[in-house]
Design a protein around this ligand. Structure first.
Ligand SMILES: Cc1cc2nc3c(=O)[nH]c(=O)nc-3n(C[C@H](O)[C@H](O)[C@H](O)COP(=O)(O)O)c2cc1C
Length: 206
């Protein structure tokens, strides 16, 4: 996900807000009542416009939330909150995450042989906030262990992808970090923490 100077993830919502995902027929859901053709609702970004509008447009894409972790060159655990996580390929099994070049853990993550993508569940909103806020010890308050392939793994995560570094591409002000998945584990009984329009959300099942 391309990211601009003041990212949309600077707002937080401590209260769970249910995100209703409609699976109904086209024309019968939310979009028919709030049509994009409605001039009063439609907002638009073009080259040269206020970048906040582009941020808001990007924020329309609802995502899960992950914490990406590795050990840095001093052997200490480092990590940061990321929602730019995307699956890339099944054969070979590849995924990617975009890391801002100025992030404190950017060098650690792009140099590490292994890293882990911890997919967060609803109870891990505090971890998401901790791993996206500048502070000395992000790992202290979180239960974590060394994963089988040498990257820190957050306990109680919904899912964990342990990866070997596959490639690092240039992505403007971000590094595109591609990982080769060597192990994936998940807990089918947990629900995902979501992020939409700059706020944390939860999935609502009817
Ligand atoms: C929900 C959420 C998603 C985020 N996704 C990303 C991302 O994909 N890439 C990124 O570089 N930063 C992302 N951030 C911001 C980083 O977590 C944050 O800027 C970073 O941890 C700053 O601290 P650091 O420089 O000390 O690492 C996200 C933040 C939040 C709250």
């Amino acid at each position: 996900m391309p990211v601009l100077p003041a990212p949309p993830w600077t707002q937080f919502c401590d209260l769970p807000i249910h995100l209703f995902l409609s699976c109904g027929a086209p024309g019968r859901g939310w979009y028919s009542r709030h049509s994009m053709a409605d001039d009063e609702v439609l907002r638009e970004y073009r080259t040269g416009s206020d970048p906040r509008t582009l941020r808001d447009a990007l924020g329309c894409f609802a995502t899960g939330v992950t914490v990406v972790t590795c050990f840095d060159e001093n052997g200490g655990p480092v990590g940061f909150t990321a929602n730019s996580f995307t699956s890339v390929s099944l054969d070979p099994p590849l995924l990617l995450v975009n890391v801002h070049k100025h992030a404190a853990c950017a060098a650690g993550l792009t140099n590490a042989q292994h890293f882990a993508v911890n997919v967060l569940q609803t109870g891990q909103q505090p971890a998401s906030i901790r791993f996206s806020t500048r502070q000395e010890d992000r790992f202290g308050a979180n239960d974590w262990s060394r994963g089988e392939f040498g990257a820190p793994v957050l306990q109680e995560s919904l899912g964990v992808f342990e990866c070997e570094r596959y490639a690092v591409h240039d992505g403007g002000d971000h590094h595109i970090l591609v990982g080769h998945v060597v192990k994936a584990s998940f807990n089918p009984e947990l629900d995902p923490l979501l992020y939409f329009r700059g706020r944390y959300r939860r999935l609502h099942f009817d």
